[in-house]
Design a protein around this ligand. Structure first.
Ligand code: FES
Length: 154
């Protein structure tokens, strides 16, 4: 069940669009901001609110890298595995982070500090390899600097 606050925020977004389903991504982001991730029941509740099918909402939720359909850690690391990053050093970056945190793609550390996810391109190909942690962007990555970067996130 959506909270009053979630419903209110979703309806504020609806004011700017001609039909409710147009705010589906915004609704997912709103609910995720409040809960941290999007459960099956959240999908059903958003679908009901927007007059959509749960399958349609789920299709949108699973399309977007930054909508999380499973619980995630406090900090999300997105490591780019696009072609430019692949050529310019994605693998040592991924292996270093994975070894340091003891997790692979799709996994969360036991202390729930980090979740590690792949992403196909972060739009900064000429500064590969690239990753994001939450909304922070890191490019021209050198594995020597990764430990210090991770330390910034608690
Ligand atoms: S391929 Fe990594 S930023 Fe584009």
């Amino acid at each position: 069940m959506l909270t009053d606050k979630e419903r209110e925020e979703i309806h504020e977004e609806m004011m700017a669009y001609p039909y409710p389903s147009a705010v589906c991504v915004d609704a997912l982001k709103i609910v995720q901001r409040h809960r941290g991730w999007i459960s099956d029941s959240a999908v059903a509740d958003i679908a009901s609110e927007l007059g959509m099918s749960a399958d349609a909402v789920d299709g949108i939720a699973t399309f977007y890298t930054r909508i999380y359909r499973k619980p995630v850690g406090r900090n999300i690391i997105l490591v780019c595995e696009g072609i430019s990053c692949m050529v310019m050093g994605y693998e040592p970056v991924y292996k270093h982070i994975s070894a340091k945190l003891g997790i692979g793609f799709g996994e969360t550390t036991t202390d729930e500090r980090f979740t590690l996810l792949p992403v196909s391109c972060l739009g900064d190909c000429d500064h590969a390899p690239v990753m994001m942690i939450n909304d922070d962007h890191y490019n021209n990555l050198d594995i020597k600097e990764i430990d210090a970067i991770l330390e910034k996130y608690v």
